[in-house]
Design a binder for this molecule. Structure first.
Ligand code: DC
Length: 513
């Protein structure tokens, strides 16, 4: 696993701190780290130093191997308090030079060179490997340390960031130089966030800290508080096992992403009433499903394939499907409710059940609200409760609808759930629903053909064991997730297999398609 370094046994967390130019990452990160006795690393200095050197040597952004060759000449310097906030080029401290305007203008173009990013990736991961570090950058939470214990994303409007920079540099905001700073920040934001490789963006599980109007001391306090709150959570997690190693205790660690102390960084939201677990097909569920089936049949040329008679009518089950359109939950739920004779339980954004008119209907439809601002742990616990109650949990492991109808990379929650609960997994493919109802369109097209294809339910741990693979620990979770996705991919046509196209033979799965 690429981020094994981030999970070694050690005291303290690996904290990813990302954000746009001039969002205050360096000053806030360094101050927070000092207060907590953490190391700090400003990865922007690496990109800046390469850029500075490249400008001096007249190496253009097209010369990838020339740029990679520069990496060995650059070192981050410890300020004696564990803060890597200075950079040396060939042994000479060049921190001030690399922060100059010439580098400001050129750095985004150089940072977009994939070979250079790869060369610096290893360096950054190595720096984080001893743990107890705050690492600041653009892609730390998404690419460099995707398994970081805590991910923070500092954000502020471009006007606010420009205002701070103008103040820092003692420039008249109304001057040409002031206007130039705003324009420059906008240009860099655009370049950093639209580049093809490792663009600037908040990781899905990052805590977003908006700093408009905040004094820097407030932001430092928020970051310190977020880290302090996450420390005991991580210790309780028992996340001492290195990647790839089977845990030494009988229990697997909790999923790794939930270590976010979201509550620490945001004002607490009103708790939301949980939806009772749907255990039987009430008259309302049967009636609602019938109406939805009729509507679906009126609009869609709809086919169901698979051995429906073999589906378990009782006991826990995880229905896992690809997600390519807003119609998917209906095309699966309204029909599967009828076949199983019992309802599905879904997880959904809390906002869905808070809609004033339709919220109650969504609850009746078995949607369990989870707070997207809270840890994934909440979703995981709700899902486990449903399975422990012997009911059917419906999940889209991709989380969001695919942009092009093809499977996207998933996180490992579904594999973890399958292993933890021991529930059989029912792989389901919704074929061509992206053509029926493309993303971004208000309504579905009329008369399109959609097939929902049901695979054979399987117990993940049994299949892994049969292949001689471990059934506990991180490797098992990864293998379980891949296996589930491979089974879904095998039911899809090649066009929709996406990132799992190469896995369809994993577990000998060529079912249908
Ligand atoms: O944080 P900064 O402004 O000093 O970063 C300088 C540039 O380096 C920024 O425009 C984008 C790039 N950078 C990056 O691409 N990835 C990082 N992890 C850090 C910085």
């Amino acid at each position: 696993m690429q981020t094994g370094e981030a999970s070694d046994a050690r005291a303290g967390l690996v904290v990813a701190l990302d954000g746009p130019a001039s969002s205050g990452k360096s000053s806030v990160g360094a101050a927070a780290a000092a207060e907590l006795g953490y190391r700090f690393c400003d990865t922007g200095l690496l990109y800046r130093a390469v850029t500075w050197l490249a400008l001096h040597r007249d190496i253009s952004a097209d010369d990838a191997s020339g740029l990679v060759g520069l990496v060995s000449e650059i070192d981050l310097l410890d300020d004696g308090r564990g803060r890597l906030s200075h950079v040396a080029v060939d042994g000479v401290d060049r921190t001030d030079d690399v922060r100059g305007p010439a580098v400001d203008v050129a750095v985004s173009a150089y940072s977009a060179v994939s070979e250079l990013r790869l060369a610096l990736l290893t360096r950054q991961r190595h720096l984080a490997s001893a743990g107890r570090i705050v690492m600041a950058g653009r892609d730390i939470g998404t690419i460099v340390l995707p398994d970081a214990d805590l991910k923070l994303f500092l954000d502020a409007s471009v006007e606010e960031r420009a205002r701070r920079r103008i103040l820092e540099r003692g420039i008249d905001p109304a001057s040409d130089a002031g206007a130039e700073i705003v324009a420059e920040l906008k240009r860099r934001d655009a370049l950093d966030s639209t580049r093809a490789i490792a663009p600037l963006k908040a990781a899905d599980d990052a805590v977003i800290i908006r700093t408009d109007g905040n004094a820097i001391e407030d932001t430092i306090r928020q970051v310190v508080q977020a880290i302090r709150t996450a420390e005991p959570a991580r210790a309780a997690d028992g996340a001492g096992a290195a990647d790839g190693a089977a845990p030494t205790t009988p229990a697997e660690p909790e999923p790794r992403r939930p270590r976010r102390p979201e509550r620490a960084a945001r004002a607490p939201r009103r708790p939301i009433e949980p939806t009772p677990i749907a255990t039987r097909s009430t008259v309302l569920i049967r009636f609602g499903s019938m109406i939805l089936r009729s509507i679906a049949r009126a609009i869609v040329r709809f086919r169901v394939e698979g051995n429906l008679a073999a589906l378990p009518k009782s006991g826990p089950m995880i229905m896992a499907a690809n997600h390519a359109s807003s119609a998917d939950p209906v095309l699966i739920g309204a029909f599967l409710n009828q076949v199983l004779g019992r309802p599905l339980n879904w997880l959904g954004k809390r906002e869905i059940v808070e809609f004033p008119l339709t919220g109650w209907a969504f609850r009746i439809a078995g949607i369990h609200p989870v707070d997207r601002e809270a840890a994934d742990l909440e979703a995981f616990r709700t899902a486990m409760r449903i399975l422990e109650a012997g009911q059917t949990l419906a999940v889209f492991p991709e989380g969001t609808r695919s942009k092009d109808g093809a499977l996207q990379q998933v996180r490992e929650g579904v594999g973890m759930l399958a292993l933890r609960s021991g529930a059989p997994v029912l792989p389901v493919a919704v074929v061509d629903s992206d053509i029926l109802w493309p993303r971004g369109q208000l309504l579905p097209h009329y008369g399109k053909r959609v097939t929902v294809r049901y695979g054979a339910p399987f117990v993940v741990a049994d299949e892994l064991a049969a292949q001689g693979l471990p059934v506990r620990g991180r490797q098992a979770t990864e293998a379980a997730t891949r296996l589930i996705m491979a089974r879904i991919a095998a039911l899809l046509p090649p066009r929709q297999r996406g990132v799992y196209a190469g896995d369809v033979t994993v577990g000998g799965a060529a079912e249908g398609a």
